[in-house]
Design a protein around this ligand. Structure first.
Ligand code: UFG
Length: 358
């Protein structure tokens, strides 16, 4: 049987690159599309390398063992560029799209709302329009637990109310979920999965791909990793007076490889269906900021300096997923714990102290 073609927007990014690996080892052809504005073409070469390593180690699906790895194609294209995107779709049939491409810095989105709304929303409109023209109506969207806002209770199930976002980035996730839902209402051939991620961290265990934020990281784990490697001085702990066991914020950290596999599980489940399905991708375990710092200390083998600071504007005390739906529907659940996530983050960071730069 011929392999299915999956187009991955943002395929060179942090979650995108890990998902490309899992798609290849599961037996798909991958068409990665990325404008490289916040990622590196090197990630694509390393995806190729990892997939080959996984094949040699036998860690691939039966079909890959029998037929070899699928193709990995890369196009440096911005999804706002309708003509270029149309050309990519014209080169081969596309069976499904996994849509990661978008701006993602919460703080920056407050400073540049127009840029965020334009890039994330118009990019998605263009993508869906081109998909429709080419008869492709299956899309997995990279949404976020941010759509739950400040939750009334945890763990969060998918039926929890969507609340007002606290920044334009969060609103773009919120709105795109609505747009894709409305597409299905208008045409019931659409097949949509809205995957709500909790906090993706970690890196591929090979240490070849990982998170490579430009400038000073906003997110906790990349920041801690740069303290561990000596690029930053100390960790700033935003808030120590939350109503949580140790007073610091609690989140559901999920290994990026687990998250990537969740996308493959979603695609497999979606085959031959139509509809809109909202699915949380989390572990179900909450960890505090101090838990993360201490797990990272175990990973890198030394104490990491940290300083207690006031709360960061817009942060909530705690959120973590109820991952039951993903387990029952997709047969997927996260395998890796916080220690493994931090070991893999450290492995990536220590081997690539400047990310993909030489
Ligand atoms: N934190 C620190 N110091 C830092 C950075 C973060 O103490 O330098 C704390 C935060 O206050 C929070 C926790 O670490 O308690 C996690 O913060 P992150 O910035 O890593 O992640 P957030 O939970 O704020 O946001 C993440 C993603 C968003 C997404 C959201 C969904 O970055 O894209 O989860 O809940 F929308």
């Amino acid at each position: 049987m011929s392999k299915k073609n999956i187009l991955v927007t943002g395929g060179a990014g942090f979650i995108g690159s890990h998902t490309c690996v899992e798609l290849l080892t599961a037996g798909y052809n991958v068409i990665a599309v990325d404008d490289l504005s916040n990622s590196s073409a090197q990630a694509i070469e390393r995806v190729r390398q990892i997939a080959q390593m996984e094949l040699e180690a036998g860690r691939v699906a039966e079909v890959v063992r029998a037929q070899g790895l699928g193709k990995l194609m890369f196009h440096q294209v911005n999804i706002l560029d309708r003509v270029a995107l149309d050309q990519v779709f014209s080169q081969q049939p596309v069976d499904a799209v996994i849509h990661f491409a978008g701006f993602k810095a919460v703080g920056e989105s407050v400073e540049k709302p127009l840029e965020y709304y334009h890039n994330n929303l118009t990019g998605t409109f263009t993508l869906c329009d081109v998909m429709r023209e080419h008869g492709c109506r299956t899309i997995v969207f990279s949404s976020s637990a941010t759509v739950y806002g400040d939750p009334d209770c945890v763990p969060l199930t998918e039926v929890a109310q969507k609340k007002n976002a606290t920044n334009p980035y969060g609103w773009t996730k919120w709105m795109i979920e609505q747009v894709l839902t409305d597409l299905y209402t208008a045409d019931d051939r659409w097949n949509v999965a809205l995957l709500r991620y909790f906090n993706p961290i970690g890196a591929h265990p090979s240490g070849l791909i990982g998170e490579d934020p430009k400038g000073i990281p906003n997110n906790l784990v990349p920041y801690v990793a740069q303290v561990a490697v000596g690029r930053l001085d100390h960790v700033r702990v935003f808030g120590s007076d939350y109503p949580t066991p140790d007073g610091t914020g609690v989140r559901d950290y999920i290994h990026v490889v687990d998250l990537a596999r969740g996308h493959v599980a979603a695609l497999q489940w979606m085959e031959g269906r139509s509809g809109v399905e909202v699915i949380n991708l989390g572990t179900g375990t909450g960890s505090s900021v101090l838990d993360v710092i201490h797990a990272f200390e175990r990973a890198c083998g030394r104490a990491l300096p940290y300083v207690m600071m006031p709360r960061r504007a817009g942060d909530i005390a705690e959120n973590y997923a109820d991952p039951t739906k993903a387990r029952t529907l997709l047969g997927w659940e996260a395998e890796y714990d916080l220690d493994q996530m931090c070991r893999d983050s450290w492995n990536w960071q220590s081997h690539n102290p400047n990310g993909y730069e030489d």
